[in-house]
Design a protein around this ligand. Structure first.
Ligand code: SF4
Length: 355
């Protein structure tokens, strides 16, 4: 495809974006952008970190909450760690929240509270990999960076009818995306391809009839759109098992444990647990008459499913745990627990209050 044809494709997509851009709390609409309104790099960075492994629909409210609590990177850098972790609960992987805080603090300490524009410098910040650096560069600073996520891969595979399965197809799809990235309005363009993938060129039912790339799209012409992109079959997600111990003291206090810094839910408060393994050994945190709860808490992390058997015990006021510490009833907030641990609480909340 020649340069003029590529330019025409970018132009057609930007023209579509001018009319159909999705509204997002962090996004500057194309008309405002043309009028000179610049995006807030802090808001863009926050959205990109939140969007790693989470959908736009889920991120909207979290983004509003974070920017209301901490309107600038300086506010976030000065925030209490536990408050940020609690606000993050439900967004998954806490390593991302910890990196979010680290990054905010580095931006304040080493960059005067201003996000760097340079791609290589962005890459030195905690939690920012090549994709996020490209997205911040394009969306916040209008740099002609090529931003390739799953939506963009799908659109490129279809537009150019590429049948090589993912992930082997990534270099080719990235090359196609790069060739299409315009020098002018690169930020709007990056968001336009993502919007096209999210709203028109969707995985199952692409709406080719109203697509700005309807005429030139090779997969539409070949009738292969819904087969693309091809993927190398995934291995089945394994299941790990664990035992969560919920101990309630006579005064209503509950026994919680800070999880080790390294590992899943690192540094978060949760119910004391056994290992998460194929066949975990019991590891009660306190000597008590443990009763098995019938329901299991189930949670899926990126690489495995977790099934937690729940053991419940009432313990006396002078009970001394081997590990963990009691949290007074009035200080215990189930909402602050990470999702897997909150699911455990949801299953035993009635039992805990019934006596
Ligand atoms: S014409 Fe259809 S398959 Fe091609 S890019 Fe548009 S929505 Fe996707």
């Amino acid at each position: 495809m020649g340069e003029t044809a590529l330019h025409d494709l970018s132009f057609a997509l930007l023209d579509w974006y001018d009319r159909h851009a999705r509204a997002m709390p962090w996004r500057v609409p194309p008309a405002d952008r043309k009028a000179g309104v610049a995006p807030d790099p802090y808001a863009i960075w926050l959205s990109e970190v939140m969007l790693q492994q989470t959908t736009v629909a889920a991120v909207r409210d979290y983004h509003r909450k974070f920017t209301a609590l901490w309107p600038s990177v300086r506010d976030l850098a000065a925030a209490d760690d536990a408050a940020v972790m609690a606000a993050w609960a439900g967004l998954g992987y806490y390593a991302r929240a910890r990196n979010l805080l680290k990054c905010a603090r580095v931006v304040v300490a080493e960059h005067g509270g201003t996000f760097p524009r340079n791609h290589a410098t962005l890459l030195t910040l905690p939690g920012i990999g090549p994709y996020t650096a490209a997205a911040i560069g394009a969306i916040a600073f209008d740099a002609p960076e090529t931003v390739v996520d799953g939506n963009v891969e799908r659109v490129m595979a279809r537009m150019f009818d590429i049948h090589t399965p993912l992930p082997a197809a990534k270099p080719e799809l990235t090359g196609r995306a790069r060739a299409l990235t315009p020098q002018h309005r690169a930020g709007d363009y990056a968001q336009a391809v993502m919007d096209l993938g999210a709203t028109i060129c969707t995985p199952r039912n692409p709406a080719c009839g109203i697509c700005p790339w309807h005429a030139p799209c090779a997969a539409r012409i070949a009738g292969t759109a819904t087969d693309l992109p091809r993927k190398t079959p995934k291995k089945k997600t394994p299941t790990r098992y664990g035992i969560a111990y919920v101990a309630r003291r006579a005064d209503g206090a509950v026994l919680l444990e800070t999880r080790p810094e390294s590992g899943l839910l690192g540094g978060m408060l949760g119910w004391p647990c056994s290992d998460w393994a194929d066949d975990p050994a019991p590891a009660p945190p306190i000597n008590a008459d443990w009763i098995a709860v019938e329901a299991q808490a189930r949670h899926t992390f990126t690489h495995f499913h977790l099934h937690l058997q729940i053991m419940l015990a009432q313990v006396p006021l002078d009970a001394q745990p081997d590990r963990g510490h009691f949290i007074a009833k009035q200080d215990f907030s189930p909402a602050a627990l990470p999702t897997a641990m909150r699911k455990v609480y949801d299953l035993v909340a009635d039992l805990m209050q019934s006596d």
